[in-house]
Design a protein around this ligand. Structure first.
Ligand code: ADE
Length: 232
């Protein structure tokens, strides 16, 4: 059972998303437990302030460290990274993080607890990244207005890797990235639309030749769309 705790100033952002697709299925099967927590519930002032002006000046506001430290302590029992037990990951979503890859998702899928902290505003007090979190993760080289969409991406990517979460046990391993290539092209009926035909070989029933065609098509597509993957 993987327990996922999301720490956010917008818990309602996630409400419906837990009731669809892979997350709903994994919850129903008892494979995960997932909850979005309001960061403001870990403030101690009457106005529940979670942000403050940056030391050194500059535009915008910075998420204060105290509510985040309090959230992590109440969810994991730990006040510093070194006290977080093996099997738990405390993840800060930020554009300054290491890139989310399939390998990272596979590691996260083996944990017993994932705490996902959604950054906001112009940034998060750096002491969270320095001393509290086990991983700082970015979903790509672009800037979101907050970590919430990134947390959803992490959850989806991780949950579908948990054994039993997908309909078919093989489908998570025979697709893009697990072998360093993009997935091969897929076709279904009809065999012809708008003059566009399904590659003849796929209709032939020759399994070995189909496998060879798919491998080659995956390599061609990878070369065309993601040549960087072939250089690794
Ligand atoms: N917050 C803002 N941009 C982000 C990104 N690219 N990845 C993760 N969290 C973010």
């Amino acid at each position: 059972m993987l327990r996922i705790d999301i720490v956010t100033i917008f818990p309602d952002y996630f409400r419906e998303t837990f009731d669809f697709g892979i997350i709903r299925r994994a919850r129903a099967a008892g494979l995960i437990e997932i909850k979005a927590h309001d960061l403001r519930s870990w403030t101690s002032d009457t106005h529940h302030v979670v942000d403050d002006r940056p030391f050194g000046g500059g535009d915008g506001m910075v998420l204060k460290p105290e509510p985040i430290f309090a959230a992590v302590e109440s969810l994991t029992g730990a006040r510093r990274r070194e006290d977080i037990s093996d099997g738990r990951r405390v993840v800060l979503l930020s554009p300054q993080g290491k890139q989310l890859t399939q390998a990272v998702a596979e590691r996260f899928a083996k944990s017993e607890q994932l705490v996902l902290i959604c950054g906001r505003y112009e940034g998060v007090d750096e002491r969270v990244s320095e001393a509290l979190v086990t991983d700082e993760i970015s979903i790509g080289d672009y800037v979101l207005s907050g970590g919430e969409p990134a947390a959803l991406v992490v959850v989806d990517t991780v949950v579908r890797l948990i054994p039993g979460a997908l309909g078919s046990e093989t489908s998570a391993t025979t697709e893009s990235f697990s072998d360093g290539l993009l997935d091969y092209p897929h076709y279904t009926r009809p065999p012809e639309i708008a003059g566009l035909k399904v590659p003849e070989i796929l209709l032939s029933g020759h399994h070995a030749e189909i496998a060879r065609w798919r491998k080659q098509a995956a390599e061609e597509k990878t070369k065309r769309n993601r040549p960087d993957l072939l250089r690794k």
